[in-house]
Design a protein around this ligand. Structure first.
Ligand code: FAD
Length: 391
């Protein structure tokens, strides 16, 4: 029977990142992915490599600082995949976030980002407003411009997995995790591949199954403790048209949530929403109400598109956030990653709950630190801080 140091469930950005970090530390690693790489949340994000300006409002300074550090690193390691884009925040007479608040927020963002070139911001002069892709200038009081990163999330995931495979990681796909027994000496892992059940041994099992995390834990013996989480769906729509100047960060007219209007593969992408989801993660679909909300936001700020109707939406996709259960809106809920063991005293199982595309590398390094006591000594062969990623 094959024996690995590590078996990772899930070929999303976290599974790929953990495989890369593990292989870089010289561990043997097998990744099980039931569909294709990035077929879950990691192809349905807003595709931003960012600190998350809006997380400053909920006081998540540590998360913002860490994401800005990872952004700086990814700009160096993956220049073909992560690109800085100008972001514009228009302030109208009735915008909730006032100019002084935005100035304070952007200054803090710059400080947390180490005041490098990519964290600079400024207020656009009035004469530049007419160059902003037809942005409505009625009642416009000012426009702030700052910088953040944009990527192709699925391509980034594939690049990270490719890097992991170059270091020796193995990927079995499509392979569905079917169950595992975890004991003091290690894990016995069962999965189905090409209709056949396969079994292997691992020193550690890492559950990076995104919105399926608790489904995976249901199949493990002895039953690990699970965290209470809520799945919150986020939808994006894609419409015809062109945005050439960068990414617009606007307030949805209906509820003042932050929404992005961005260029995407020669078209316009608008997102996202926050709708509690209770079904099968594989069945998540954009809802008509969400599409209306996003279309209404686009047409509110860009009058040129006012004639667009739902039938004009070229495509739409929905992804699932894994957020801690709680009261209040999903918008204000923490977005940090939680690493959870679930079995008392056992570093043989670790589950990744939540997280950010942007912070996948540092999350993976943390996973490796947590499970290190259960892994055999190996010779480090590379460092994820310096490994280049290619599209
Ligand atoms: C709407 C939305 C917008 C977002 N925007 C951003 C953003 O702009 N920037 C940012 O930094 N972050 C963003 N995020 C967060 C980021 O996208 C996620 O944190 C990240 O993609 C999660 O990756 P993951 O690997 O944990 O999960 P996933 O990508 O969902 O991967 C889990 C994988 O596990 C596989 N799997 C599940 N069960 C099994 C099984 N039994 N056997 C084998 N395989 C299995 C699935 O097929 C899937 O491929 C956004 C999230 C959402 C929902």
């Amino acid at each position: 029977m094959m024996k690995y140091d590590l078996v990772v469930i899930g070929g999303g950005i976290h599974g790929a990142g953990i495989a890369q970090a593990a292989a870089a530390r010289g561990f043997s690693v097998l990744v099980l992915e039931q569909n294709s790489l990035a077929s879950g949340t990691s192809s349905r994000s807003s595709k931003l490599i960012h600190g998350g300006l809006r997380y400053l409002e909920s006081g998540q300074f540590g998360l913002v600082r860490e994401c800005l550090q990872e952004r700086a690193l990814l700009l160096k390691l993956a220049p073909d995949l992560v690109r800085l884009q100008p972001f514009y925040i228009p302030v109208y007479r009735n915008t909730t976030r006032r100019p002084w608040q935005l100035r304070a927020g952007l200054s803090l963002y710059a400080m947390l980002g180490g005041m490098d070139k990519a964290t600079r911001f400024h207020a656009l002069p009035r004469q530049a407003w007419t160059n902003l892709d037809g942005l409505d200038t009625t009642q416009l009081q000012g426009v702030f411009q700052y910088w953040d990163g944009q990527t192709d999330d699925a391509a980034l995931t594939r690049a990270v997995m490719h890097s992991a495979q170059e270091l020796g990681a193995q990927l079995s796909m499509p392979s569905t995790f079917a169950g595992a027994e975890i004991g003091a000496q290690g894990c016995t892992v069962h999965y189905t591949h090409n209709g056949q059940t396969q079994t292997c041994e691992a020193s550690v099992l890492v559950n990076a199954a995104g919105p399926w995390v608790n489904h995976v834990l249901d199949k493990i013996t002895p039953p690990p403790a699970q965290l209470n989480v809520e799945l919150v769906q986020g939808t994006h729509i894609i419409v015809g048209g062109e945005i050439t100047q960068g990414i617009y960060y606007v307030e949805a007219p209906r509820d003042q949530r932050a929404v992005f209007v961005m260029p995407w593969q020669g078209k316009i992408m608008v997102g996202t929403t926050e709708t509690t989801y209770h079904g099968d993660p594989a069945a998540v679909q954009p809802l008509p109400g969400e599409k209306n909300y996003l279309l209404e936001t686009l047409t509110h700020y860009f009058p040129f598109y006012r004639s667009l109707r739902q039938g004009d939406i070229l495509s739409a996709f929905a992804g699932l956030r894994v957020l801690p259960s709680g009261t209040g809106t999903a918008f204000g809920r923490p977005r940090d990653t939680t690493l959870h063991t679930g079995l008392p005293g056992s570093p043989r199982l670790l589950t990744v709950y939540g997280g950010k595309l942007t912070a996948y590398r540092i999350t993976a390094e943390r996973v490796l630190q947590r499970i290190a006591p259960a892994l055999p000594p190996r010779k480090i062969i590379a460092n994820t801080c310096t490994l280049k990623l290619r599209a």
